[in-house]
Design a protein around this ligand. Structure first.
Ligand SMILES: Nc1ncnc2c1ncn2[C@@H]1O[C@H](COP(=O)(O)OP(=O)(O)OP(=O)(O)O)[C@@H](O)[C@H]1O
Ligand SMILES: [Mg+2]
Length: 482
């Protein structure tokens, strides 16, 4: 996986990462807060033995520092009753009470660190300071050589232990850092697993993972679309028509950057909704008062004319062959402001035709005569036509079928665009399942519109919208025409 793809997955599935992070940090914080604090104090001592004068053995007497082996023996017997009982008594602890004590013995220096641990900082310091003298008292019992020469040893403190201000555990900073690290690792891992296991494009997140181009609209799955594909006419207040209008608005913003006012709609594979979306989008643009032409760019499997119920036998190829003028083959779609250029006769060489000079000239003419040019096209993975059409327009919009398009196919399509240096203007996620809880679902939306407009004749409703939208866009149109 390339870094770009990894970042895309993380951007798309950031919620998973954040959720894991919050859960792990939350659990860490809870564990940290409920952990009884433990304090540690340490003292450093050395043990000495006073040897009396022994003329018989020729020992002049003096002070001997206890060596590593003797100190090691003491460490071994530290938890024996011989040490623990007097230690508990000295500390005022009941018999059998646990005492947190440990010895650190240096092999080279004959010194000993006594570590006291307790939930009470005072007691931790007391343990560290008391253990040394107790060990000195019992030391000779465990060293036959020492016991011969001296009755007991003396503990000489080097550094005393003090009650610590902060607990040793829990270490809040360390725990928090660990929590963040583990949470992030878990989140990233989970996001990758989820990404790898899902082969279909499910939602916006998958599109964001595949590309950094914007999602221009999410178009809901419309139950009756197969029978009535022109939802802007059949159900202008439905969720489908509404999402198409949202697409129109967002496309206008993209249009500002290209300034070409023409787009080709394509998809990775067949049947993802290019034609349905193109027709409705063209109508929505016409509704806003623009003169728009919908061009059948799918010269292999033309379906615009069929969906609109108009003559498809004359059109683009007819004009290219010079058998009719362009004006003669353009068909207005009622009084909507939308015109249609059907495919005409299906050519044997669509790609060559689309890439030809006469085709470029024809599109230049269309761009000059209309405010907006929309082109329906064949899918990208099987044929290159959409790329050729993109060269004639300002941008390419990629329609993706939610829950249907395979990520692999989408990636193939995007890669084929990348190789010719084309970035899609944006995505349209089609067939988005409408959940019952979605406030924009069909029924709820209708209710929000009010009963009057909901029951109104679609044609009247369109006229109403048209006048409102036209007011908004009249400034732009008048500027372009002058
Ligand atoms: N949002 C939608 N909800 C339900 N059905 C839809 C939706 N969009 C398109 N359809 C239906 O899906 C089918 C395919 O749509 P369409 O013909 O627009 O796809 P296409 O991408 O143009 O296909 P092709 O690649 O064959 O040209 C049609 O029956 C259409 O009515
Ligand atoms: Mg089609």
């Amino acid at each position: 996986m390339q870094l770009r793809e990894l970042l895309g997955v993380l951007r798309a599935r950031w919620r998973t990462v954040v959720a894991c992070l919050l859960i792990v940090v939350g659990v860490t914080a809870a564990v940290t807060m409920t952990t009884t604090p433990s304090y540690t104090a340490s003292s450093r001592v050395y043990l000495t033995v006073n040897r009396p004068l022994d003329t018989l053995r020729g020992d002049p007497g003096g002070v001997t520092v206890m060596r590593y082996n003797d100190l090691k023996t003491l460490a071994e017997v530290l938890y024996s009753p011989t040490v623990m009982e007097p230690l508990r008594a000295e500390l005022g602890l009941p018999p059998g009470a646990g005492v947190g004590v440990a010895l650190l013995i240096s092999e080279n220096a004959s010194v000993m660190d006594v570590i006291g641990t307790s939930s009470d900082p005072q007691l931790a310091a007391a343990i560290a300071n008391t253990t040394g003298p107790i060990l000195a008292k019992v030391a000779v019992q465990f060293s036959p050589l020492l016991s011969q020469s001296a009755p007991n040893a003396t503990c000489v403190p080097i550094t005393k232990a003090f009650a610590p201000g902060l607990p040793t555990t829990p270490d809040v900073r360390r725990n928090l850092a660990l929590g963040i690290l583990i949470g992030l690792a878990l989140g990233v891992g989970l996001a990758m697993v989820r990404h790898a296991l899902d082969t279909k494009v499910r939602g916006e997140a998958d599109l964001k993972a595949a590309s950094d181009r914007p999602v221009l609209a999410q178009i809901p799955l419309e139950a009756g679309a197969a029978a009535r594909p022109i939802t802007l006419e059949s159900d202008p207040h439905g969720a489908h028509a509404e999402s198409i209008r949202r697409l129109r608005t967002n496309l206008m913003f993209v249009d500002v950057t290209t300034g070409k006012h023409s787009f080709v709609l394509t998809s990775a594979m067949p049947g993802e909704g290019k034609t349905t979306t193109s027709i409705n989008l063209a109508l929505a643009i016409a509704d806003a008062g623009s003169r728009v032409i919908l061009v059948e760019g799918d010269l292999r499997n033309p379906s615009v004319a069929k969906a609109l119920g108009i003559e498809g036998g004359v059109g683009l190829t007819t004009a290219l062959l010079g058998r009719a003028s362009l004006a003669d083959v353009i068909q207005p779609w009622g009084d909507t402001g939308m015109s249609v250029l059907a495919a005409g006769q299906i050519p044997p060489n669509p790609s060559e035709l689309l890439g030809s000079r006469p085709m470029a000239e024809l599109f230049e003419k269309l761009a000059a005569d209309f405010d907006f040019v929309l082109i329906d096209s064949p899918p990208l993975v099987p044929v290159i036509d959409a790329v050729l059409l993109q060269r004639l327009t300002g941008g390419l919009v990629m329609v993706v079928a939610a829950e249907r398009t395979r990520k692999k196919d989408l990636q193939t399509a995007l890669t084929s665009l990348q190789t010719v240096d084309v970035a899609p203007a944006g995505f349209v996620l089609n067939f988005v399942p409408v959940s019952a809880s979605d406030p924009y679902r069909y029924g709820t939306y209708r209710y929000q519109q009010g009963s009057a407009s909901a029951s109104a004749d679609p044609r009247q409703a369109r006229l109403k919208r048209q006048s409102a939208d036209a007011r908004a866009s009249s400034g732009r149109r008048s500027r372009r025409r002058t």
